[in-house]
Design a protein around this ligand. Structure first.
Ligand SMILES: Cc1cc2nc3c(=O)[nH]c(=O)nc-3n(C[C@H](O)[C@H](O)[C@H](O)COP(=O)(O)OP(=O)(O)OC[C@H]3O[C@@H](n4cnc5c(N)ncnc54)[C@H](O)[C@@H]3O)c2cc1C
Length: 342
């Protein structure tokens, strides 16, 4: 017997990046608003960091009824042991039925820790979230078996904790007429002495567009054969305003960076266009790109598994296809190029 939801609405963790709300935070706010409205309850949001208080009004404009703000100098960088007690303070105040995080490096750590501390489970990497109209419990859909199937899970405890996969849910719609309440958390007073100190942050060189946020991803596989082959994919992605990803073998061979690996043990992406070049379509890879809106594959083996999941396939040698695409794209203006895949 599934217990009815008895909390007070939905609470979402809003990640801040470089002093701004992270793109996924807007998506989490969007789904949070929808679920709170379906329950007829309140949407709360948690903001943590140094100097994040001014973002509260933006969070309210994007659908929150109440914003719990944890401000302290010590919180200038994400450190689990510092952020966890602040999230817990917000939970104690809000007593939510549902608690959502983005499925980012931060959310992937904070969500299971928070759930563990409250004696519940976290459903990770959800691609759909709905309220069951009968039980009012949260139906959490997530890919399983390396993306070959989807499971719908219901949590037996409260809060029902889930992380949200990027690009799977509509971002919150701005409404400047909205008003809400800001609650200051006593963050500073509760923080333990940190055992970890962030000394420096270095952006990965050559990263124009973040893989998870890219609208176009060009992913290369073992068939690319060399680091110089990946340079051609870089140019292709650059011309399309996208990012380059890879399967595991090119990362192992150092043709691509480890951070470019897409799949069950790598990044999860959900671009509008995914160009899979010289990769076979192993389930462990597809688990990371199945949310792509349109998939195009270039593979010289017409029997390759990737052709079972594509929208468009080119059964040919990438060394013929990619240079042809490049010369076609180089001749176009940025505006025309955007029009190609939109
Ligand atoms: C526990 C576990 C976790 C894993 N996690 C991941 C993960 O997160 N991400 C991931 O990607 N993999 C992961 N793997 C590895 C995965 O199982 C596959 O081995 C891997 O994805 C295969 O990569 P690939 O498609 O590039 O290589 P292959 O399977 O070798 O395919 C290469 C393809 O390139 C084509 N090709 C070759 N030359 C050309 C050419 N000139 N032009 C066009 N096509 C060409 C071939 O026809 C072939 O289809 C994991 C494996 C395990 C066991």
């Amino acid at each position: 017997m599934v217990p009815p939801a008895d909390g007070r609405g939905v609470l979402v963790y809003c990640e801040v990046e470089g002093g701004r709300l992270a793109p996924l935070a807007l998506e989490v706010l969007g789904v949070g608003r929808r679920l709170a409205s379906a329950l007829g309850q309140e949407l709360g949001a948690v903001l943590i960091g140094e100097g994040v208080a001014p973002l509260a009004s933006e969070v309210i404009v994007h659908g929150a009824d109440k914003v719990y703000v944890g401000e302290a100098g010590l919180l200038c960088e994400y450190v689990l042991e510092l952020y966890l007690p602040v999230v817990e303070e917000a939970i104690e105040q809000a007593q939510p039925a549902i608690l959502l995080f983005g499925h980012t490096l931060v959310g992937r750590e904070l969500a299971p820790w928070t759930a563990f501390r409250r004696g519940v489970v976290a459903s990770m990497d959800c691609v759909a979230l709905e309220i069951d109209p009968h039980t009012k419990r949260l139906l959490m859909t997530r890919p399983v078996y390396g993306g070959n199937a989807q499971a719908v899970q219901v949590s037996m405890g409260d809060p029902q904790v889930a992380t949200v996969r990027a690009k799977t849910m509509a971002p919150a719609v701005k409404d400047h007429g909205r008003y809400g309440q800001v609650v200051e958390l006593k963050a500073g007073g509760r923080l333990p002495a940190p055992r970890v100190k962030v000394l420096e942050r270095k952006a990965e060189p050559g990263t124009r567009v973040k893989l998870e946020e890219a609208r176009v991803v060009v992913a290369g596989g073992r068939g690319i054969g060399s680091a110089s082959g990946f340079k051609q994919l870089e140019e292709l992605a650059g011309l399309l305003g996208g990012a380059v990803g890879a399967t595991r073998p090119p990362c192992d061979a150092k043709w691509a960076k480890e951070s470019q690996q897409i799949g069950i043990t790598g990044r999860i992406v959900g671009p509008e266009l995914y160009i899979a070049v010289a990769l076979s379509g192993a389930s462990q890879h597809l688990a990371g790109c199945s949310a792509a809106k349109v998939i195009v594959a270039i593979n010289k083996d017409p029997e390759a598994n990737i052709f079972h999941v594509v929208d468009y396939g080119i059964a040919d040698d990438w060394k013929a296809v990619v240079p042809a695409l490049l010369s076609c794209l180089r001749a176009r203006t940025d505006k025309e190029t955007e029009g190609i895949w939109r």
